[in-house]
Design a binder for this molecule. Structure first.
Ligand SMILES: [Cu+2]
Length: 140
């Protein structure tokens, strides 16, 4: 029995039992206006994330310069509930296109990867950068 259990655990990623995580796109929650919930999502390589249009008028798009090597940029339409399967380990920056300047951003951390503010790209909108720094600090 122990052998079977360890075999299943070993094969777990290969069997396609990856998790699907949900991120809600919201006009407001207790932390402020124009937010993703959660603001930082940690997941295993091969897991999926689904962006749920809990409020209308939002989308999910990758932030330039905030993708791991080998990851594809993405951009959902407004109110579109895209599902992404992320295999490349690293930190993915996500923005809402119409509310980027208002700081509607989030981070997805795939794998056991450190989250450091030094990795933030130059030229982010001020409020987006402030929130990302805040998320990085509170996620430690
Ligand atoms: Cu938005």
């Amino acid at each position: 029995m122990r052998f079977i259990t360890s075999l299943v655990l070993m094969l777990w990623p290969a069997l396609g039992w990856a998790e699907v995580h949900e991120v809600r796109m919201l006009n407001r929650n207790e932390s402020g206006a124009m937010v993703y919930e959660p603001s930082v999502l940690r997941m295993a390589p091969g897991d999926s994330v689904r962006f749920v249009a809990a409020s209308s008028g939002h989308n999910a798009a990758s932030i330039d310069g905030m993708l791991p090597e080998g990851a594809m940029p993405f951009k959902g339409g407004i109110n579109e509930e895209i599902t992404l399967t992320l295999s490349a380990p690293g930190v993915y920056g996500v923005k809402c296109t119409p509310h980027f300047a208002m700081g509607m951003v989030m981070l997805i951390v795939v794998g056991d990867v450190a989250l450091v503010a030094e990795a933030l790209p130059e030229g982010l909108p001020r409020r987006a950068e402030a929130r990302l720094r805040d998320y990085i600090e509170t996620a430690q």
